[in-house]
Design a protein around this ligand. Sequence first.
Ligand SMILES: [Zn+2]
Length: 287
Amino acid sequence: MSQHEFQARSEFIPGVVVPEGTNGAANWLLFLNDKPVIIGGDVKNPIPYFDKPARMGLKVLKHFYLGQFRGEACYGASLDPLSDLPVEYVTSELKTLLVRLPQSWFQLWGMAQQILTWDRNHQYCGACGHHTQFHPTERAKVCHDCGLVNYPRLSPCIITLVTHEDKLLLGRSANFIPSLYSTLAGFIEPGETVEEAVHREVKEEVGVELGSLEYVKSQPWPFPHSLMLGFIAEYHQGEIHLTDDELEDAQWWPIDKLPLIPPRGTISRSLIEFHIGRYRKRAEQAV
Ligand SMILES: [Zn+2]
């Protein structure tokens, strides 16, 4: 991210309908009791790869096609809670995969989890109460009684690194692990622009006003269905004042004396590292 890189997703082609001629082994993004099932041990690619779940002794409750990753089919599936897993398979946490896997693989797991959750929560039509069914060619669930169509739910959020000279404004919520401080985040309200949400959230959470904003990058955040839009903002005015219950502390931190920050793989970490790298480079050039 030396310059802003708004990249196309080149390795993955999403799809709803399995392309003709697709058969044989595929990547299976399995979930047991809502937890990802991976191949345990120190393996390079922990994603189960086989042709038929039954041949692995797995009982699939529901499965759906996700698309093709590096030319190979990918399916998401929920397993019967009573399934016995092959000995090398273990359950994991989606958040663990975020820091363990390359982003493109994590995005696939996140996609599978979001579709499973959306399917489970939209079994019935919200308007008339009848059963819904998958649309044959689109990622949608349809009520054939009243015609209502539901698409997978996404909840856009802003996440903002507030900066001032060589300092970063980081806050901590009471449910963070001890000593961890992070950038500020919040959901976008109906009727609000993304930029307005950045100004409002920061003002609500820490009481300061912002100057200019810079959009940097985004990250799907499937916990359970957010999409993080990452900004770097310049401080304008005001003292830190915790005005709602979201944070238990917020402070200005010099860039060479940061507290514990979120792990690699998170957009928060990436915004912090991007800003510090650029700040130091500019400082060097100014000498
Ligand atoms: Zn309906």
